[in-house]
Design a protein around this ligand. Structure first.
Ligand SMILES: C[S@@+](CC[C@H](N)C(=O)[O-])C[C@H]1O[C@@H](n2cnc3c(N)ncnc32)[C@H](O)[C@@H]1O
Length: 278
């Protein structure tokens, strides 16, 4: 792979998905794209890049972008956000939405589905009264393969071992050979779709909770700013935003304020906090 091949890949993933490929990550390009080149019938990545140059965005471009995403995830990842959901966020929202009985949660970079399913299982176990609410959990990601796995709700033993408590496994999954499949009741609570965060977003009810966790780390400053601005406009004015451990709105978007518990990566709109007189 030549430096110009890497430059081509770098600009492709940036333009299509806002992903920033840091210098020194050439080994990542090599290991992720060798199978893509092989599947597309090219003898090497360089041959693939040469064939794609100057051609309109197509299947192979898309396969490259998908392959360059990092889909690392786990059940109840980082624990604290899920504790905050149960102790403060959802009880507060249930009190404020008691009349409309509607709650919309958007897991906006859901990877293979562990995050939105963790939310669904936790809410069903903790707040059984939500069963009679209009509760929607939207789960989206750019990576089609990841979304397809989430929609199927099918996980290997290795994947299940990453954070799924044994009692919840028994309650919310069925065994299928060497795999575990999320129970229908939970699967029905989560609606999956392919959404590129830097592209157009589908019509949806304004979310009360947005989980935008561990995806902005791959974006540059301008992309983070645009994205947080769009989230601010899209979410309910008194809603909540969760970011990943290594992410913040600080020095990116002044419209958000980090709130307690700080380890949860939890934010609200400044206007909502000021509206409460705090
Ligand atoms: C590290 S995973 C995070 C998964 C989950 N939110 C968590 O915290 O465990 C990052 C996800 O962001 C997705 N992603 C990257 N760029 C994206 C974009 N432009 N639009 C939508 N999703 C994107 C990737 O496909 C990947 O599944």
């Amino acid at each position: 792979m030549t430096p110009t091949d890497v430059a081509f890949i770098r600009s492709l993933v940036h333009e299509s998905a806002a992903l920033v490929l840091e210098p020194g990550k050439e080994y990542l390009v090599e290991s992720r794209l060798a199978p893509v080149a092989r599947d597309a019938g090219y003898p090497s990545i360089s041959h693939m890049v040469a064939a794609l140059r100057g051609t309109p965005y197509g299947r192979t471009h898309h396969a490259i972008v998908q392959a360059m995403t990092t889909n690392e995830t786990s059940w109840f990842r980082d624990r604290h956000p899920f504790d905050a959901l149960v102790t403060t966020v959802v009880p507060e929202l249930m009190a404020r939405r008691a009349a409309e009985r509607r709650l919309t949660i958007w897991s906006a970079a859901c990877s293979t589905g562990q995050e939105p399913y963790s939310v669904a299982m936790l809410l069903l176990d903790t707040f059984p009264q939500l069963a009679s609410w209009n509760l929607t959990i939207l789960a989206s990601d750019l990576a089609e393969d990841a979304v397809a796995q989430g929609r199927a709700g099918r996980y290997s033993q290795l994947e299940v071992n990453r954070g799924m408590p044994a009692d919840m496994l028994v309650r919310h999954f069925q065994r299928d050979g060497a795999h575990w499949v999320v129970a229908d009741g939970i699967r029905r609570m989560v609606r999956f779709g392919v959404v590129n965060l830097i592209g157009p977003w589908p019509e949806m009810a304004s979310p009360d909770i947005v989980m935008l966790r561990n995806v902005m780390i791959y974006f540059d400053h301008a992309t983070k700013q645009r994205l947080l601005g769009r989230i601010r406009e899209r979410m309910r004015p008194d809603g909540y935003l969760f970011l990943g451990n290594a992410e913040t709105t600080l020095n990116v978007d002044d419209g958000f304020v980090r709130i307690e518990p700080t380890r949860a990566g939890l934010y609200r709109l400044r206007s909502a906090i000021q509206g409460q007189g705090t």
